[in-house]
Write a protein that binds this ligand. Structure first.
Ligand SMILES: [Cu+2]
Length: 620
């Protein structure tokens, strides 16, 4: 029996060795990462001549010593395949002549190789081995994409080897600056009955192997983000606001008028869509631009199996924990050093204590201590899946000591706040080469300094890439008030949307720490400011709707990600909007009659919505 099982093991090992040899197909070319800086083909006399090839290659999402996947990709004839595919970039008015050769043994259907604006149903199908010539005018200026499928499916339906078949297609308006960068987002997704493999990448690489960008302070920065993946994303920039200049759906492109350009720190992008953003780095140090969905910014399990992960990430290893759709940015100090801020009085000091609540929901408990406000700790509040609100004053120097009383390291990010890089809270990354933000080890503290320059609704949350912390209340609202303004809880209401895990139900959407919030009473003829915050784990397409008698009521959005909307964008609208993860909105709501209103929060993937009842009663 013993011999037999040994024999069995030997057979199994032989089988493994044989399948390894089979998997090692050295003839496959490497899929090269494409930084999308060099247009493909030859542009002469207003005509772009381009020879594309579709082939199979070996893709290394990280470095070439790491794991790989064999995938289909576009390339230029005579060159290796690329992810994303060759950049098609021409001035407006160009005629495009493209030859495509399909070297695969599968038919490929290609979308987007036509004049823009284009028809998403206008496709080209190449049989195995077929070559096709196309000629079309470039069309209107904008950022578009082209993509292929080997399974005759939609962009959202693509799986595994076909997920890298995408490229950027840019038509430049005359006189437009071309000093931009193009980021193509993809997600390798393989769904087997037993497991889901998810490998997100930007321009063909997953963090920390994505390109590291360097800017000078004050340098105008112009990016185009193109989502060729099956999933939406919530792209968040640390430390700075950006302006969205244009949006597109891959086939059509719309440039905002100056008055209508949204400003924020997080932008939602649907599959197949595009946005163009500009921003100016004003503070030196290291920053991040990343998808706020935990599953798209964590080290892909497919590349880093659990058993291979260290028990605790080293505090200086910025690659540990993060992965996928993350770009690192270093802002170099300007020629003229920034004027030191003049501190006229002692900073305000706050303390945020994170402690453990073992084997309970939530696992963690947050408490805010403000020496100027008598401690409420003896009131014995029940632990909630939500940290206490932190109220700051615009321009006031504040030091927040984060005291970690738990047995795990953590890091707190002050989401949306314009502060110094070192205090931004990405352990092992933010700060500078000389001084990098440490993880807050168990039993230690980190003091974050800030003097928030604008009033509004922000978030503090764990940046430890740890789902357990995020789903156990290690976050809360961060509200910045005008100097002298008193927070008015009667008319100023905050709603934080998160995720909690409750046995036996599993993950549930929650509002202010509970899946079943108590009804709230509002008064007729009274204006309320409702602060809405999405700090869920992965809910990029969360919807918030304020409904009375089956239809949305009217509200007025007044601020986005903490930035007040300009007057031209202020208007009453139906109370139903998307609120992506890592975003905040402030809305005004007032009812002149008694009514029962429900705030309904829903997200795909959650059958049960969470409902916050609001009862408007008349003031007598
Ligand atoms: Cu994402």
């Amino acid at each position: 029996m013993r011999h037999l099982s040994r024999f069995g093991i030997v057979l199994f090992l032989l089988f493994l060795a044989a399948s390894e040899i089979h998997a090692e197909n050295p003839s496959l070319p490497l899929v090269m990462a494409n930084d999308n800086r060099t247009p493909a083909g030859q542009l002469e006399n207003g005509v772009l001549k381009l020879e594309l090839e579709i082939s199979q290659g070996r893709w290394y999402p990280e470095d070439e010593k790491g794991k790989y996947r064999d995938a289909y990709a576009f390339g230029e004839k005579g060159r290796p395949p690329q992810s994303s595919g060759p950049l098609i970039r021409v001035p407006q008015g160009t005629q495009i002549r493209v030859t495509i050769h399909n070297t695969l043994t599968l038919a490929v259907k290609i979308h987007g190789l036509h004049a823009h604006p284009g028809d998403p149903n206008e496709t080209v199908k190449l049989q195995p081995g077929e070559t096709r010539e196309l000629e079309f005018p470039a069309g209107g200026p904008g950022a578009y994409s082209y993509w292929g499928t080997t399974s005759d499916t939609s962009l959202k339906g693509r799986r595994a080897a076909e997920t890298l078949l995408s490229g950027a297609f840019i038509v430049d308006a005359p006189g437009m600056p071309e000093q931009d960068r193009i980021f193509v987002l993809s997600v390798w997704l393989k769904v087997d009955p037993s497991e889901v493999e998810l490998i997100p990448s930007i321009n063909g690489k997953s963090w920390p192997y994505t390109e590291h960008l360097t800017y000078k302070m004050g340098e105008a920065t112009h990016w185009r983000v193109i989502n060729t993946s099956d999933d939406p994303h919530a792209m968040h920039l640390h430390g700075f606001y950006f302006t969205v200049n244009a949006v597109g759906d891959g086939e059509h492109y719309e440039r905002y008028s100056e008055q209508q350009q949204p400003k924020g720190v997080t932008e939602f992008i649907e599959p197949g869509h595009v946005f163009e953003m500009t921003w100016t780095p004003e503070r030196a140090g290291n920053w991040l631009f990343h998808c706020h969905m935990m599953m798209h910014m964590s080290a892909p399990a497919a590349l880093h199996p659990k058993e291979a992960q260290p028990v605790a990430y080293s505090e200086h290893d910025h690659s540990g924990g993060m992965g996928g759709l993350v770009i690192g940015i270093t802002v170099l100090p300007g020629a003229v050093p920034a004027a030191p801020s003049v501190v006229t009085k002692a900073p305000r000091k706050l303390q945020l204590v994170i402690s453990e609540n073992p084997d309970k929901v939530p696992l963690y408990q947050l408490q805010l201590n403000d020496p100027k406000v008598p401690s409420e700790s003896d009131k014995k509040k029940p632990p909630s899946l939500l940290g206490p609100p932190i109220l700051l004053v615009r321009g006031e120097q504040t030091e927040i000591e984060v005291k970690n009383m738990t047995s795990s390291p953590t890091a707190i990010h002050w989401h949306g706040i314009e502060l110094e890089s070192y205090y931004d809270g990405v352990a092992g990354w933010t700060g500078s080469g000389q001084q990098t933000t440490p993880a807050i080890a168990p039993g230690t503290s980190f003091v974050a300094h800030m003097a928030p320059p604008r009033t509004g609704t922000f978030i503090y949350h764990t940046h430890w890439h740890d789902q357990q912390q995020l789903e156990n209340g290690v976050y809360g609202p961060l509200i910045v008030l005008e100097p002298g303004q008193k927070y008015d809880p009667e008319h100023d209401k905050t709603f934080v949307f998160g995720i909690g895990r409750y046995a036996p139900f599993g993950s549930m959407l929650i509002v202010n720490g509970t899946p079943e919030p108590d009804p709230m009473e509002l008064k007729t003829g009274t204006r309320y400011r409702l602060r809405l915050i999405n700090i869920t784990t992965n809910e990029s397409d969360l919807r918030v709707r304020l409904e009375g008698e089956g239809a949305p009521v009217q509200w007025k959005v007044i601020a986005s990600d903490g930035a007040d909307l300009p007057a031209a964008q202020l208007k009453s609208s139906a109370a139903d909007m998307g609120l992506t993860v890592g975003s905040t909105r402030d809305v005004e709501y007032e009812s002149d009659r008694e009514e029962h209103v429900e705030m309904r929060i829903s997200a795909p993937g959650f059958e049960a919505l969470v409902m916050q009842p609001l009862d408007v009663v008349s003031v007598k």
